[in-house]
Design a protein around this ligand. Structure first.
Ligand SMILES: *Cc1c(COP(=O)(O)O)cnc(C)c1O
Length: 411
């Protein structure tokens, strides 16, 4: 048994160990905060852009200005940002299905995509890419890294219209790719596939580094507004940013061909999207610091965790491996009990739509399912890895960590 003092000391030591990484994270947040501020100023955002609209939403200034700011921040020619995009899966699938036509091929160079994309790519009779006669090929990662030799070999004979890269590790047990690493991969890919549309799943990566995937040569990036770029305030939505020719296709797919984003209304208005975006670099930094602290403390308590806490990571996820299903479930439950919302609920594993294994999810969040807020999820399968992410404040993460360590160590 380790008393509360023991756990307090463990957290104090972990915090000391994180000193260098915290400084790196602060530097990134400062850089990105200024990028946001300058983008807001350049677009001359004012409070009349917060107003809602109704019906067709012609002349919806908030919609237009929000897209303009996103394009600027993601160093893209254009962007679609919309509360009508229901999730990250929706945004990423929009990118695929907008660009691809029957007979085209999509190549994933980061192995299996995130679980929920599987049905969108390969599902039967559900409007998947496969249903529309689009071919799909994936090249597995080799030791958690791009297998560029296999990619080059494949590209000798094939001309995929879309090349897909997932920045974050998702549930695969690898670390996120840095934007620098993605740039190297895209440079290699372009040698053999100069005209392919490179799509990056940017979920959990936004503002974790000073640059974003379009700066690495990506043609489209997509993600969810209830993750990093919503800053914890956006109530729903998703974004896609990149080259105008592709973004135009996305607009046509999101609404209707020939109409695009000349329409699209949102009665509730846009303040929370703008304000959340403005806060996002800071919120992401809070989550990243909390993630590093959890990594250092859980490692000291004897658990394997990744990514490494020696450098600033490329996403906000902290994976923690447990020895048993019981520990895994106990940890997720404790995160729920330490949430501001629904703290009285006990999480249970369930068959979540789009996932292949039972999943347990702790999300005692203000915005339903928001994972920029402190949340934890885990597929119930070996190895027993929980994916912890988010946290609107470092302090909240620290408090939840302390309680969770208590349960893990003293049970
Ligand atoms: C969360 C996530 C998605 C899917 O986003 P949803 O909003 O859950 O649909 C896709 N890819 C990655 C890497 C993610 O983390």
């Amino acid at each position: 048994m380790q008393g509360n003092n023991g756990i307090d000391n463990l957290i104090v030591d972990a915090e000391k160990r994180c000193h260098a990484v915290f400084e790196a994270i602060d530097g990134i947040a400062l850089y990105n905060q200024e990028k946001l501020l300058r983008a807001f100023q350049k677009s001359r955002i004012s409070s009349n852009h917060f107003s809602g609209s109704s019906g067709y939403g012609y002349d919806d200034l908030g919609r237009e200005k929000l897209s303009e700011v996103f394009a600027e921040i993601f160093v893209a020619e254009a962007a679609v940002v919309s509360p009508l995009i229901v999730s990250g899966t929706h945004a990423i699938n929009l990118a695929f299905s907008s660009v691809l036509r029957p007979g085209d091929t999509m190549l994933s160079v980061t192995g299996k995509p995130y679980d929920t994309l599987y049905e969108a790519i390969l599902g039967d009779n559900n409007g998947s890419l496969k249903d529309y006669g689009i071919n799909y090929k994936e090249i597995p990662l080799s030791d958690g890294d791009f297998d560029m030799a296999a990619v080059a070999e494949y590209l000798k004979n094939a001309k995929p219209k879309v090349v897909f890269i997932q920045r974050s590790g998702g549930y695969t047990g690898r670390e996120a790719f840095s934007v620098g690493k993605i740039a190297e991969a895209i440079t290699e890919i372009r040698k053999n596939a100069p005209n392919a549309c490179v799509v990056v799943d940017n979920c959990y990566g936004e503002f974790a580094e000073k640059s974003e995937p379009c700066e690495a040569g990506a043609d489209l990036v997509a993600g969810s507004l209830i993750k990093n770029p919503g800053g914890g305030l956006a109530p729903t939505g998703g974004y896609i940013a990149g080259k105008s020719e592709y973004v135009r296709q996305v607009e046509y797919r999101l609404t209707a061909p020939g109409i695009g984003c000349e329409t699209g209304s949102y009665q509730s208005g846009y303040r929370l999207f703008f304000q959340g975006l403005f806060l996002a670099p800071h919120t992401v930094a809070q989550a990243m610091k909390g993630s590093a602290l959890c990594g250092a403390a859980l490692e000291a308590a004897g658990f394997r965790t990744f990514p490494s806490i020696e450098k600033a990571p490329s996403d906000i996820i902290r994976a923690v491996e447990f020895d048993t299903e019981e520990q895994l479930v106990a940890f997720c439950r404790q995160i729920q009990y330490e949430s501001p919302i629904d703290s009285f609920a006990t999480c249970e594993p369930w068959d979540m739509p789009g996932y292949r294994h039972q999943v347990i999810m702790a999300a005692g969040t203000f915005v339903q399912g928001s994972s920029i807020e402190l949340s934890c999820d885990a597929p119930i399968k070996k190895p027993y890895i929980a994916y912890l992410q988010g946290g609107l404040t470092y302090e909240h993460i620290k408090i939840a960590l302390k309680k969770s360590l208590n349960v893990l160590i003293n049970s």
